[in-house]
Design a protein around this ligand. Structure first.
Ligand SMILES: C[S@@+](CC[C@H](N)C(=O)[O-])C[C@H]1O[C@@H](n2cnc3c(N)ncnc32)[C@H](O)[C@@H]1O
Length: 580
């Protein structure tokens, strides 16, 4: 067995992380440098972040295209590459590669012949490295359709490069296994049938200095100021929640086992005073919404279905410039114009979405809305008040301890041995956000620190644990939203509140009739919420039996639900099956 020296491993990781940060710091001064992008991609890859590497390898290819096709940023990209080319010719590119050298402004314009040599260097040498990094990392991330597509292009452009033949073989092998496991014929499959998504590390990146201390007095104060606006009788408090088992042991544990749970510090919502049953206690409207299909039937701001009861069709407002989006009220119209629509006005988001892509598209559109909010308000997306305090359900693993590397310092696998729980696709995590930013006239190179792949991934981590979705008639999600206050409510399969989402989200305390009727329930418990008690919402259909409920809520909770009802019912079921 291969022995891994964990101390040396952690030191190697530390050095690589330092190199990464140095390279990231070069971005503001060298936003158009293809070599810097390639170096970043390589460093991310070596750190077990192939997903983040894809973002920079792709940007390197975009910059090569800028040069090859004399695009909008031709002059800037050429100037940057001329400097790198000169260093490469002088054999000193490696000093740049450590990120310590900042490219000086090149004041001497290259002659026509020199320019041609530089352009050829970018189109061949740089493009080949970018393709190599991009394809390898797409394979690591399970994006086989995109990998096969780029590999076909690379084979045409670089027919003598063995690397792309090796990739072709690797992609074919993986796809054969995939199609065989589904009892389908790979040779009969079209490229459009290839799987194109996988999972990557869901992490609070060590260089992310936007994440707040959610438990600090200032954070709790801010959240409570916001909470008071939508729910004056409620407050946000630090609480302990059980760490849930990630294994799907659906039935059989006893209450004793449940008591042996370990706990983790999190936030929750509590009553500031006694609240009788049937009282509306929270009403929240969010601008962080998305519609995946049929956008004309929903309010573009709050996503209420149009027309809604109480709103005459004549009261529906449209954007006076693009006439493409509709609002349920003048209030939603004004909020949209003030917060995000001015930058999205006239941009068509809608495209045909296949059923298998609906969920990812909804998350992508939420991301696009966050990017628009960020541009209009001129704040970093991770500092938006709607997302700043949301916990992204990052793994709680100490990366330095868990990092697994070979004696030569290279990660043991593509992800350094760390778990991968964040859904990733080239389309959703890279192409859609970058293309939408371009449509918003954002320079994706000079603003790449604000709109980097790790920022998108962090936002997705936050959305995937907290966004609510509503299904259309075909059972597929149609609209999605993040309500920053509502999403602080924890789950129970015996909830004390019910909720409804029609534009605004509305919570009310359950009446006796609305309480879930289950056999183990303490008959003394009255409906309503008493001062100091926690508000408990529900993330799944609480009418279902325990096994189905746990399966439904598994993703949102990050494990098997351990609420008192689940524990009691699971023990009952275990007991019953034991007697059979
Ligand atoms: C929508 S957030 C709820 C607010 C969250 N507690 C916070 O601190 O921001 C969902 C997350 O809360 C935690 N959670 C909610 N209900 C829970 C429960 N009944 N048991 C354990 N964890 C729970 C899980 O970690 C879940 O991923």
């Amino acid at each position: 067995m291969l022995m891994v020296d964990s101390k040396a491993s952690a030191e190697g990781l530390h050095t690589k992380l330092n190199d990464l940060v140095k390279l990231q710091r070069c971005l503001p001064s060298q936003p158009y440098s293809i070599v810097l992008r390639l170096k970043l991609a390589k460093t991310y890859k070596n750190l077990g972040y192939p997903d983040l590497a894809i973002g920079d390898a792709y940007k390197a290819l975009l910059l090569v295209d800028e040069i090859a096709d004399e695009g909008e940023y031709y002059d800037e990209a050429l100037e940057a590459v001329e400097y790198n080319f000169a260093l490469a010719e002088a054999g000193t590119l490696s000093s740049f590669e450590h990120g310590t050298e900042i490219a000086p402004k090149n004041t001497n314009n290259a002659s026509g012949e020199e320019e041609e040599r530089v352009v050829t260097w970018a189109k061949t040498h740089c493009s080949k490295i970018a393709h190599d990094l991009l394809i390898g990392c797409l394979i690591d991330c399970g994006c086989f359709r995109s990998a096969a597509d780029y590999n076909q292009r690379a084979l045409q452009a670089f027919p003598k490069a063995d690397a792309f033949e090796v990739y072709k073989e690797a992609i074919t092998q993986k796809l054969r296994l995939y199609f065989n496991s589904r009892k389908e014929d790979f040779d009969a499959a079209d490229m459009s049938d290839y799987p194109d998504k996988g999972f990557v590390r869901r992490e609070l990146y060590s260089w992310n200095d936007h994440e707040p201390d959610r438990f600090s007095t200032e954070s709790i104060q801010f959240l409570n100021d916001e909470m008071t606006k939508v729910a004056p009788k409620l407050e946000v408090t630090v609480t302990n929640l059980p760490i849930l088992s990630p294994h799907k042991t659906i039935t059989g544990e006893t209450p004793v086992q449940a008591a042996e749970q370990h706990y983790v510090k999190q936030l929750g919502i509590f009553a500031k005073e006694d609240i009788p049953p049937g009282s509306i206690i929270l009403q929240e409207k969010s601008m962080l919404t998305a519609v995946s299909r049929l956008h004309e039937f929903f309010c573009n701001a709050c996503s209420a279905r149009l027309p809604i009861s109480g709103v005459a069709e004549a009261d529906i407002v449209t954007c006076e410039d693009c006439h493409d989006v509709f609002f349920c009220s003048a209030d939603c119209h004004d909020l949209a114009q003030e917060n995000y629509h001015q930058i999205l006005c006239g941009i068509d988001l809608a495209h045909k979405v296949s059923p298998s892509e609906v969920v990812d598209t909804l998350y992508s559109f939420l991301l696009v809305r966050a990017l628009a909010l960020s541009e209009v308000r001129d704040v970093h997306p991770l500092d938006l008040k709607e997302v700043h305090y949301i916990w992204g359900d990052y793994h709680n693993i100490n990366v330095e301890k868990a990092w697994k590397a070979n004696p030569d310092g290279h990660a043991l696998d593509a992800f350094g041995g760390l778990p991968q729980t964040l859904s990733f696709s080239f389309q959703a995590n890279i192409l859609t956000p970058l293309r939408m930013l371009e449509k918003m006239d954002v320079n994706i190179f000079t603003k790449s620190q604000q709109y980097d792949t790790w920022v998108f991934n962090t936002l997705f981590g936050k959305f995937r644990g907290t966004a609510s979705a509503q299904q259309g008639l075909d059972g597929l999600p149609e609209i999605g939203a993040v309500h920053p206050m509502w999403c602080l409510a924890n789950h129970s399969c015996d909830p004390n509140v019910a909720w409804e989402w029609q534009g605004s989200i509305k919570f009310w305390t359950r009446t006796q009739e609305e309480l879930v009727d289950w056999k183990g329930r303490d008959s003394q418990l009255e409906p309503g919420i008493r001062k100091g008690e926690e508000l408990l919402s529900h993330y799944c259909d609480v009418r279902l039996p325990v096994k189905e409920r746990r399966e439904w809520a598994f993703g949102a909770l990050g494990g098997n639900c351990m609420c008192s009802r689940c524990v009691w019912e699971a023990a009952e079921e275990g007991h019953r099956s034991h007697l059979k």
